[in-house]
Ligand binder design. Sequence first.
Ligand code: DX5
Ligand code: ZN
Length: 226
Amino acid sequence: MSMLKWPSRDVLVAPSILSADFARLGEDASRSLEAGGDILHVDVMDGHFVPNLTFGPALVRSLRRALPGAFLDVHLMVEDPGMFVGPFVDAGADHVSFHVEPIGLDACVALAGRVRSLGATAGVTINPPTPASAVLPAVDAFDLVLVMSVNPGFGGQAFIPEVLDKVRAIRAVMSPGQRLEMDGGIGPETAGAARAAGCDVLVAGSAIFGLAQPDRPGAIRAIRGA
Ligand code: DX5
Ligand code: ZN
């Protein structure tokens, strides 16, 4: 596994552009990185797997052009991720995560191989109601596991603390080079519990983009815990 393009710091904060100002997306995304964000989290929704619609590969291509040095973490919340990994990596995604629920673990393992062969890293994602056992047998096949701490579809929802038991169970079988990401309801108040359970990539949308720029560096430091 090569995590070469990933920033190396221990805990990464990933501003989720779902909560950015879409009319000024490049500028808002760039400012979230200037404020201390490590990587940009890009939520792709298809209106089937989740009840909302967001971005396609063309948006990632534009972000890649505007921010050539940014690490782009693409989270596919779609029924058929196999249809989209190629176009998103081609558009400039550095990492692609996809859910186990619609396709099952064996297909996720195969898809991770495809993503790697295209030159990106691959992550498997589980929703709050999905047990850890859905991914535990093949954790070593992925660069990252993404544990959702809200039911996906919308920003600004309340953190579901019951998912922390799953995080501990999954972290226990991971090797040191693998990343464990948490997404949903993360802010300065909830990030400490996520880090203590073993998360080292923390996605935050409303807790960063909901603030004025001068307040963002402090929030990002608090989420990172350093
Ligand atoms: C939820 C998305 C999250 C979302 C997090 O479907 O996957 O990435 O942007 O937003 P907050 O941090 O506002 O809960
Ligand atoms: Zn996400």
